[in-house]
Design a protein around this ligand. Sequence first.
Ligand SMILES: Nc1ncnc2c1ncn2[C@@H]1O[C@H](COP(=O)(O)OP(=O)(O)OP(=O)(O)O)[C@@H](O)[C@H]1O
Length: 281
Amino acid sequence: MESIIEVENLQKSYKNKQALKNVSFRVRRGEIFGFLGPSGSGKTTTVKILTSQLQHTSGRVSVFGADPLRNRRAGFLSRIGVLTDNSGMYDRLTVYDNLKLFCGLYGVPDKEIGPVLASVNMAADQSTPVQKLSKGMKQRITLARAILHRPEILFLDEPTSALDPVNMGQIHDTLRRLNREGTTIFLTTHNMQEAETLCDRVAFLNNGEISALDTPLELRLQHGDRTITVTTSRGKEIVSQDEAGARRISELMARGELLAIHSNEPTLGDIFVKITGRGLE
Ligand SMILES: Nc1ncnc2c1ncn2[C@@H]1O[C@H](COP(=O)(O)OP(=O)(O)OP(=O)(O)O)[C@@H](O)[C@H]1O
């Protein structure tokens, strides 16, 4: 499958801090790629380099087949959408007027605003000044702005941090829909559940280095202990995933004692701790 982002031996040093040590990965067109790491691991630095906001120190970075900073001159910004903490909205302007300004900058017809607001569930709030929006609404409006010009790649830096489950769920639904329609999504998060539910593949970033990269399922299979917990009327029992385990489960089923079965796969958070020796928070 075609790679839309390619990163090889990427390094980035700030004055006295090496934020990225030797990072390599590829993102395929059409996937949701998760960049998972604790605070300070280098997620934002990577997003800034990929979106042409920051020059890297060494290594090769390619988005749409060329260096992002060089791309900037060739309509790069109209092909990407970026959502970061720093929303850049005009607080006193209404939701609609903020998006209208953005339409002007990117040559998007104003008639696109209505459908995009509806897609993030904000159609009823278009006349509200941005300063009166809740945090979740502000995040949804920032997402609306990031997708208004129908970018091919959407970069999301911690898109749901500090949002309640309802707002988080609404943003996730929108992201899944955009992805189904063909948008490639590069998502940074320290929320393992978010990565688990949304991402096709995830990279674990720790201290400026990638320590694992695979599908969530493959990571769970590689790092799980391959056991199953069965719940019977007498309590819980752990059985192995082999012939002896299968015999035990069929015995319990035949006797009508089996109430529930759960495979004991670790969460991405458990795996992150196992691989890096530290948590994601
Ligand atoms: N402008 C800067 N000058 C100096 N050091 C910086 C600068 N920006 C980031 N850093 C450092 O580089 C490292 C990586 O920072 P970065 O913001 O990329 O991490 P992050 O994973 O996005 O963290 P967070 O989730 O807290 O935003 C951190 O140690 C940070 O302190």
